[in-house]
Design a protein around this ligand. Structure first.
Ligand SMILES: [Zn+2]
Ligand SMILES: [Zn+2]
Length: 156
């Protein structure tokens, strides 16, 4: 998979060297506010696999875990391109699927924080969905778990 994307004005561009470890649809209130949408689609991928041109700016929110949630956006056009969750294991970025050149190339593996999902949105039958979070070791495919283990040993 060759995933590329960028912000609305083109000052920030990125390319993912591999497919994401997992794709989350997050229905939490922060993601609704930040995106202005019903939920966000995040591509969870090792930070060193994201090649970036341009310099996104960032600010810190208090994440749901109590650890900071750092939100990155283009300083020129304000498009939110990714997040870093300091409470998440490993050294990864959560890239916004809506900023991909071809957003249809990914779909959510897991829906989280469905407790604040807007009521008019019905998830597909059989979708993996959790009211809040879940245990990674019980849910992720083996290949992704192996990548996460490697990623945990990278210095933050
Ligand atoms: Zn921009
Ligand atoms: Zn969220």
């Amino acid at each position: 998979m060759n995933l590329k994307g960028g912000c609305a004005c083109g000052a920030v561009r990125y390319e993912l060297a591999e497919s994401p470890m997992i794709v989350h649809a997050c229905h939490c209130r922060d993601c609704q506010r930040i995106t202005g949408g019903a939920f966000v689609i995040n591509l969870w991928i090792e930070r060193n696999l994201v090649q970036v041109s341009g310099e996104p700016r960032s600010y810190m929110l208090a994440g749901g875990s109590g650890k900071p949630h750092e939100v990155f956006f283009c300083g020129s056009c304000g498009t939110y391109v990714w997040s870093r969750y300091h409470g998440a294991p490993g050294d990864a970025l959560f890239v916004r699927a809506g900023t991909l050149d071809n957003p249809e190339s990914v779909k959510p593996d897991i829906h989280i924080f469905t407790r604040s999902k807007v009521p008019w949105l019905e998830l597909p039958k059989g979708a993996l969905a959790f009211e809040v979070g879940y245990k990674i070791s019980e849910v992720w495919p083996r290949e992704s778990l192996e990548r996460l283990e490697k990623n945990k040993s990278v210095r933050n």
